[in-house]
Design a binder for this molecule. Structure first.
Ligand code: N2P
Length: 360
C-alpha cells in the first residue's frame, strides 16, 4: 500500500518521464524502535536521493515472524544473534556482497568475532550495535528501598523478598525469553549457554517467581515509563536505560535514572544489519548499510541511542560523556555472549516464557 502510493507520487512528479528504477529510490527498513538518529536517515536521503521507510518492532519474535511470512517487504532488517541464526538456517537472508560494502572495513574485528557465533564466517550480517542487559532504576526510589544502596546484584530481580519492595512503584521486565533465560542462568551461577535441560528448568523456576511483582513484560515501553516515573525498576537494555535517563533530564522532572550491570555478570548482545531474501531494493539496501558503517554516522547513532556501535572508529568521535556508553575492560570480563540455541531448547525456552508471563 505504502509503496504503491509512493510510486504513484514519483510518477506524477516526473510528469511523463519513465518512473525511476524502484531499486534506487527507496529503502524499506524494519528495525528496532529508538535505534537510529532520525537526522541520519534524513542525511542519507539528502546524499543519495533514496527515501528511507523505517518501520519498527520491539521483539525478536516480531522480526522472525515477519521474515518467515512476508517475503519481499523489507530491504534491510536488524536481527539479534538468535534471530540471525534461525533466519540463516531457514534461508531467509542473502549472503552479503562485501564489494558493495566498502565501509565494512571499519567494523571492529572483536565485535565481528562475537557475531560469528551466530553467523559463522560473517557471511550474512554486519554489526550495527551492541549492548548489555542490566537493571535500570529510579535512583532515589531504589535507595529508599535498599537501605541507601543502589541495585548491584541480580538478587534485586530474582529474590522475591527484595523485588516486592519495588512492586508499589512499578517493575517492568523485557519481553525477551532469550535474554531473560540467560540472566537467570547467570544469577544461578550456571553457564548461560548451557544445553542441559536441568539447568534450563532451574532458570524457568527462578523466572516463574517474577510474575507476581512485575507490572508488565514489554521491551520498549519501559523507556518512557522510567523517564516519567510510572515505574521505578526495569530489566532492560543499556541504551534504553541511557535514553530514559536523558528523557528524564530533558523533562527536568527530578527523576534520576541509573543503570547497573550486576556484579554476577551479564549478557552482551548484538544487533546486526542484514538483507532478506527477496528484498525489492537491493542497491538501496547496500547503500544504506554502507552509510551506517561510516564512523561519523555510527557515532551519531551511538550518541542518539545510547547503544555502542560495532564500527571501531565511532567511539573516538564521541564526547567523553558518551564514550561511557562503552563498558570498560574490567566490566567486559563479566559479560557473556549467548549464541542461539538448538531448536528444541529454544522451543522449550519460548514455551516456558509464555507460561511464566501468564503466571501459570
Ligand atoms: C532498542 C532496543 C534494541 C536492543 N530500543 C534489543 N535488541
Amino acid at each position: 500500500m505504502r509503496r504503491f502510493a509512493l510510486l504513484v507520487l514519483s510518477f506524477i512528479s516526473l510528469s511523463g518521464l519513465p518512473a525511476p528504477a524502484a531499486d534506487e529510490r527507496v529503502v524499506d527498513v524494519f528495525g528496532w524502535s529508538d535505534y537510529v538518529d532520525p537526522r541520519v536517515l534524513e542525511d542519507f536521503t539528502r546524499k543519495t536521493g533514496i527515501r528511507v521507510f523505517y518501520d519498527t518492532y520491539d521483539s525478536d519474535a516480531a522480526l522472525l515472524t515477519h521474515l518467515m511470512l512476508a517475503r519481499g517487504d523489507y530491504d534491510v532488517v536488524v536481527p539479534s544473534g538468535p534471530v540471525l541464526r534461525r533466519a540463516i538456517a531457514a534461508g531467509l537472508l542473502q549472503k552479503l556482497d562485501r564489494q558493495r560494502l566498502p565501509n565494512a572495513s571499519n567494523l571492529s574485528p572483536q565485535i565481528m568475532a562475537r557475531l560469528a557465533i551466530d553467523d559463522p564466517g560473517n557471511r550474512y550480517a554486519v554489526n550495527y550495535a551492541w549492548f548489555t542487559l542490566g537493571i535500570a532504576f529510579d535512583a532515589d526510589k531504589a535507595r529508599a528501598r535498599l537501605g541507601g544502596e543502589l541495585p548491584d546484584s541480580w538478587d534485586v530481580i530474582f529474590n522475591p523478598e527484595i523485588l516486592k519492595k519495588f512492586a508499589d512503584c512499578g517493575v517492568e521486565v523485557l519481553d525477551d525469553p532469550q535474554d531473560l533465560f540467560a540472566i537467570a542462568l547467570i544469577a544461578l551461577k550456571l553457564d548461560p549457554n548451557t544445553r542441559d535441560w536441568n539447568d534450563l528448568r532451574r532458570a524457568a523456576d527462578l523466572l516463574s517467581a517474577l510474575r507476581r511483582n512485575v507490572k508488565k513484560f514489554h521491551s520498549s515501553e519501559y523507556i518512557n515509563a522510567l523517564a516519567n516515573g510510572d515505574i521505578c525498576l526495569a530489566v532492560g537494555w543499556s541504551g534504553d536505560a541511557a535514553l530514559a535517563a536523558s528523557r528524564a533530564s530533558e523533562a527536568d522532572n527530578g527523576i534520576n535514572i541509573g543503570y547497573a550491570i550486576p556484579k554476577e555478570g551479564s549478557v552482551i548482545a548484538l544487533d546486526n544489519l542484514a538483507i532478506p531474501e527477496g528484498a525489492p531494493h537491493l542497491s538501496a539496501a547496500y547503500a544504506f548499510i554502507d552509510f551506517l558503517l561510516r564512523p561519523d554516522v555510527a557515532a551519531r547513532n551511538v550518541a542518539a541511542t545510547g547503544f555502542a556501535s560495532g564500527v571501531a572508529g565511532a567511539k573516538a568521535l564521541l564526547p567523553a560523556t558518551a564514550q561511557a556508553i562503552y563498558p570498560d575492560a574490567e566490566t567486559m570480563k563479566h559479560l557473556y555472549s549467548v549464541g542461539g540455541r538448538d531448536p528444541e531448547l529454544q522451543e522449550f525456552i519460548e514455551r516456558e516464557w509464555t507460561r511464566i508471563k501468564a503466571g501459570k
